[in-house]
Design a protein around this ligand. Structure first.
Ligand code: ARG
Length: 247
């Protein structure tokens, strides 16, 4: 009798913990999905695609987790994490000291920098200093926005909710230049050949990280382990070729 009770209790405990594990198996990922080639919505399939989306899916698979993508405004993506709307952010997010006060970051997974994009025929802008007197379009709250504001004498830094809106401002003549992450600039130029160009070299040094709430040490360790795995087994390089080099 006693024995039966113990078996029953043990079985119950197993069922309850299995349910708990199943519930914990979804990694909720916050993203601002308008930043090709890192995160965007495929026009045809309506799916979230890009380097970051592929990377987080590969990492989650190694963590034994499902991915749920939650598309959100960039302006507010960190508050949304802190409020618990998702577990992590992967969104071409530069690791900065300021952000690191509010959130923890994974190991860096991508090195990049800000570049200046202008009309293909514009030779008046070669360096950041040449932006003096010009109208610069940026995505609000990005490191491009912050970098543009540090350049002396810029006539106006116009900020937009989405990166594609900043490019549109340039294309339609409302802005003289866009300051944005290098690979995003290259992607935009690839999509509109002959219209725009990147001038010079990246003028900042930045690393992307995956953000999570402070104090989630287990998740942070699991994320870094999964990242190291996809790097070591060649998956990272494969994703790089597909999404960054466009092979
Ligand atoms: N790397 C820049 C930053 O961290 C821009 C990121 C914008 N990402 C996006 N998905 N819109 O500020």
């Amino acid at each position: 009798m006693r024995r039966g009770l113990i078996v029953l209790l043990l079985t119950l405990a197993l069922v309850v913990s299995a349910a708990g594990a199943a519930a914990a198996q979804t990694l909720r990922v916050g993203v601002n999905a308008a930043f090709p080639p890192f995160e965007y919505i495929d026009d045809e399939t309506g799916e979230y695609v890009g380097f970051d989306m592929a990377l987080i899916r590969e990492m989650a698979a190694r963590m034994g987790m499902e991915v749920e993508i939650i598309n959100t405004a960039w302006d507010g993506i960190i508050p949304g994490l802190l409020a618990g709307h998702y577990d992590v952010i992967i969104s071409a997010m530069t690791i900065t000291n300021e952000r690191a006060q509010a959130v923890d970051f994974s190991d860096p997974y991508f090195a990049t920098g800000q570049v200046i994009v202008v009309h293909a025929g514009d030779d008046s802008i070669q360096t950041p200093a040449d932006l003096a007197g010009k109208v610069v379009a940026v995505q609000i709250g990005t490191t491009g926005h912050f970098a543009a504001e540090r350049i002396e004498g810029v006539a106006s830094v116009d900020h937009y909710q989405f990166a594609p809106e900043a490019f549109l401002a340039l294309k339609t003549g409302r802005a003289d230049a866009v300051v944005v992450d290098e690979l995003v600039a290259i992607q935009e130029i690839r999509a509109n050949p002959g219209e725009l160009k990147v001038v010079g070299q990246p003028f900042t040094v930045e690393y992307y990280g995956i953000a999570l709430r402070k104090g989630r040490e287990d998740l942070l360790r699991a994320i870094n382990r999964a990242l190291a795995q996809v790097r070591a087994d060649g998956t990272y390089d494969e994703l790089y070729r597909t999404w960054i080099l466009g092979e």
